[in-house]
Design a protein around this ligand. Structure first.
Ligand code: CA
Length: 223
């Protein structure tokens, strides 16, 4: 899962990015509204954490533009993060297209939990645990089990499985998976996705992930 973090405060941005990385999200962090606008055009994201008071382009203006553009921007979950805490500010933020609203100061665990809620809604489920056959993935605990037994996964293996389970009905191309796993500056080696798929099949069963020849990968049918 790849998150765009838009925050001009260096200390706060650094803290949020570190927290989100602990949850194994790929995080691109930009510090002004113009860079955010360009990032949202160039890259597809699973969610955006958006500060409102930003240099170059105000967060609310950016949000309205993203929603007005339609396409991917319409579906993007946006969590607004701001020091503007009046009721009128919240109404303006939500009416501009925000999905959720968190006022500063806030606790990181609350931000993480709200983001999980937005991501699972965007993935088409309200249940906090993703289930596919005997495999369960609990994003809050960052835990994967098979038939109730915990399975030890590396950060990338976990992120890859999370992506596939969040897009259960879709075929995911290698490019989409790479974009989901790697933030700017963390470019993947050419066959890394195949390597992680291989590891996941070894740990969770060969049938869990099927290769769709020429297209990509999808969760397989399992009992
Ligand atoms: Ca700010």
């Amino acid at each position: 899962m790849r998150i765009l973090l838009v925050e001009d405060d260096a200390l706060l941005g650094d803290g949020i990015r570190a927290g989100l990385r602990l949850d194994d999200y790929a995080v691109d962090w930009v510090r002004d509204g113009e860079m955010a606008r360009r990032a949202l055009i160039d890259q597809s994201y699973d969610a955006c954490v958006l500060d409102l008071g930003l240099p170059k382009r105000d967060g609310l203006t950016l949000l309205r533009e993203v929603r007005a553009r339609g396409g991917m921007g319409n579906a993007l979950p946006v969590l607004v993060l701001t020091a503007r805490d009046t009721s009128a500010d919240k109404v303006a933020g939500l009416d501009a297209g925000a999905d959720d609203y968190l006022t500063k100061p806030f606790d990181l665990p609350e931000l993480q939990a709200r983001l999980r809620a937005l991501l699972r809604r965007a993935g088409g489920t309200a249940s906090p645990v993703l289930v596919h056959g005997p495999v369960s993935l609990d994003p809050a605990a960052r835990r994967v089990t098979i038939k109730g037994e915990t399975v030890d996964l590396s950060a990338r293996e976990y992120a890859l499985l999370h992506d596939l389970m969040n897009h259960k009905t879709h075929i995911r191309t290698r490019t989409q998976l790479e974009e989901s796993l790697y933030a700017w500056g963390e470019e993947a080696e050419s066959n890394t996705i195949e390597v992680y798929i291989h590891h996941l099949r070894k740990k969770l069963g060969a049938g869990l992930i099927r290769t769709v020849r020429g297209l990509g990968y999808q969760l397989g049918e399992v009992d």
